[in-house]
Design a protein around this ligand. Structure first.
Ligand code: GRG
Length: 296
């Protein structure tokens, strides 16, 4: 199966499951459920849930085992986008090609929709054994894994340093910290969680963790590049915001050309790590190349 077909079949499975799991738009209190669904079903590449599925399959698990965890990480990712778009954060009006949650439902409901998606993610994870065929032991390990990646040692830590670095001179270590936490943590934890669900060996988990770290960094470098070079119609969000907010980014520190070389270097290193996995690692190689070449 080529990468386009692979991504589109997995994306559809994740979207069907999200539709099944999430409270209906007409369930009381309707407004919050509509707001959650507005942002979840606005589109998106579904990269993180696809990584959960891919790594679960690589170590011998099934798509069915991975689906609730895949949906949980997409809910967490979407919560982070809703909050990131708020006027008190990055202040964006557009997300995934449509008005951001707070532009449609107001700031109060947008904050709550983000909170509700984060909470709902952990509800899914707590019910993992009922929803899919995973052991209680692995389900618990995944909860510990994902909660750490969402907190101050992950997403929140990265976002704090991102805010702190606005209008400041930032060194490479701080920039890497921001990228590895704000973006990388959820990408790495998606890959690790899929593998944990299928009882990966320590050796498999080590390789996948290192792969995830490099992929996460490359993903954010390409995101920085797209903020300079990308088009609104493809990105679904307004380009040029990083420069406007004087953000710490790779192009700001190294220029576009050097940033592209760095992203390619991360991707090649990541690919080198999973080559020894042979045929079953091929999908990760294809996903890595897709990330490097993406325009959205
Ligand atoms: C707790 C108030 C509060 C806020 C938390 C954690 C957080 C806000 C924000 C996380 C930071 C963030 C949004 C990072 C950006 C990561 C990133 C590159 C997002 C875009 O991901 P894509 O391209 O988006 O995968 P799609 O739409 O395709 O899913």
């Amino acid at each position: 199966m080529n990468i386009t077909d692979y991504l589109s079949t997995r994306r559809k499975l994740v979207e069907q499951a999200l539709d099944e799991f999430l409270p209906g738009a007409d369930e009381y209190p309707n407004k919050i459920h509509k707001a959650m669904r507005h942002s979840i079903f606005a589109g998106g590449k579904r990269l993180r849930p696809i990584l959960v599925i891919a790594s679960c399959e690589i170590v011998g698990g099934t798509i069915k085992q991975a689906i609730p965890t895949a949906c949980a990480v997409e809910c967490i990712h979407t919560y982070s986008l809703i909050h990131d778009d708020l006027p008190c954060m990055d202040d964006d009006d557009l997300r995934r090609g449509i008005p951001a949650c707070h532009k449609v439902f107001g700031e109060g409901i947008a904050v709550l929709a983000g909170d509700a998606l984060l909470t709902f993610a952990f509800q899914l994870l707590a019910n993992n054994c009922k929803l899919s065929e995973v052991s209680e032991h692995n389900a618990l390990k995944v909860i510990a894994e994902i909660s750490k990646a969402c907190g101050t040692y992950g997403l929140i830590g990265g976002q704090v340093m991102d805010l702190e670095s606005e209008n400041q001179t930032t060194d490479l270590n701080t920039l890497k910290y921001i990228h590895q936490h704000k973006t990388g943590a959820l990408i790495t934890t998606s890959i690790r969680s899929g593998a944990i669900l299928a009882s990966a060996s320590t050796q498999e988990l080590d390789i996948l963790t290192e792969f995830g770290n490099l992929l996460g960094l490359a993903f954010q470098i390409t995101d920085d590049i797209l903020d300079v070079e990308g088009a609104l119609e493809k990105l679904g969000k307004t380009p040029g915001k990083d420069k406007q907010k004087n953000k710490a980014t790779f192009p700001a520190l190294y220029g576009l050309h050097e940033s592209k070389i760095m992203a390619e270097k991360c991707i090649n290193e990541a690919i080198g790590l999973v080559r020894p996995l042979g045929e079953k690692g091929q999908i990760l190689i294809n996903i890595a190349n897709y990330i490097l070449k993406r325009n959205m």
